[in-house]
Design a binder for this molecule. Structure first.
Ligand SMILES: NC(=O)c1ccc[n+]([C@@H]2O[C@H](COP(=O)([O-])OP(=O)(O)OC[C@H]3O[C@@H](n4cnc5c(N)ncnc54)[C@H](OP(=O)(O)O)[C@@H]3O)[C@@H](O)[C@H]2O)c1
Length: 188
């Protein structure tokens, strides 16, 4: 079981524009042509911040267009928020706040042998990193720059550095970088 932050980033290190826009990413189309189908198969529990959850509600579940979709995850999802947010009928969603450590323990119990996905944003992934609970980064670096926005991972990680496991291209628009997070007491 590993805790994985899996996300797409612009070349200059942003996961969304300042106003939570993702059109720069969605222009590249179908996630089925990326590593996502293989990745999600091994996920047993998902964590996300409220902005990510609200984006899914706004643009997918409650989208007032023909693109409206059902809740996209079979796995239990923990949404971090200090507010009271609407649930989604039939979805296994737990609203939580504060320290991530007890939530992580619940997620481990539910995930079993499968992985935990930190879906975003970067600050939430950073909270897992702060507690040395983030094991891997799997980042699809996209062929665009945004010049500003919501950062991929607002933490300083220099020594030990991240350990590069692989770099894989998907078509002309994505390079997927897979890193293992090293902590001072477990550098390989
Ligand atoms: N490119 C990609 O692959 C990708 C992946 C994921 C997300 N995204 C997008 O990137 C953006 C992420 O935005 P973000 O970084 O601002 O958002 P986020 O992590 O989704 O949400 C941040 C919010 O979550 C709540 N929160 C976080 N940690 C908490 C804690 N420990 N306890 C209680 N509440 C907590 C806080 O809001 P409240 O307490 O006010 O609720 C916080 O402002 C979104 O637009 C999302 O759609 C992109």
């Amino acid at each position: 079981m590993n805790v994985r932050y899996y996300a797409a980033s612009s070349l200059d290190g942003y996961i969304a524009t300042e106003d939570h826009g993702l059109d720069w990413l969605l222009q590249f189309g179908d996630v089925e042509e990326t590593s996502y189908p293989d990745f999600i198969r091994d996920v047993g529990a998902i964590a996300m911040g409220s902005a990510t959850y609200e984006w899914i509600l706004r643009h997918q579940v409650h989208a007032d267009t023909e693109e409206s979709q059902s809740w996209p995850y079979q796995q239990p999802v923990w949404v971090f928020t200090s507010r009271s947010l609407p649930a989604v009928d039939g979805a296994d969603i737990h609203f939580v706040s504060g320290d991530i450590t007890p939530v992580y323990r619940q997620m481990v119990r539910m995930a079993g042998d499968s992985n935990i996905w930190i879906a975003g944003g970067g600050e939430l992934a950073g909270q897992f990193f702060d507690q040395q609970l983030l094991d891997e980064l799997i980042i699809q670096v996209t062929s665009v720059t945004l010049g500003g926005g919501i950062p991929l991972l607002p933490r300083t990680i220099t020594a030990p550095s991240l350990k590069l496991i692989s770099a894989t291209t998907f078509g002309q628009n994505f390079v997927e970088l897979h890193y293992e997070v090293q902590y001072p007491d477990n550098v390989a």
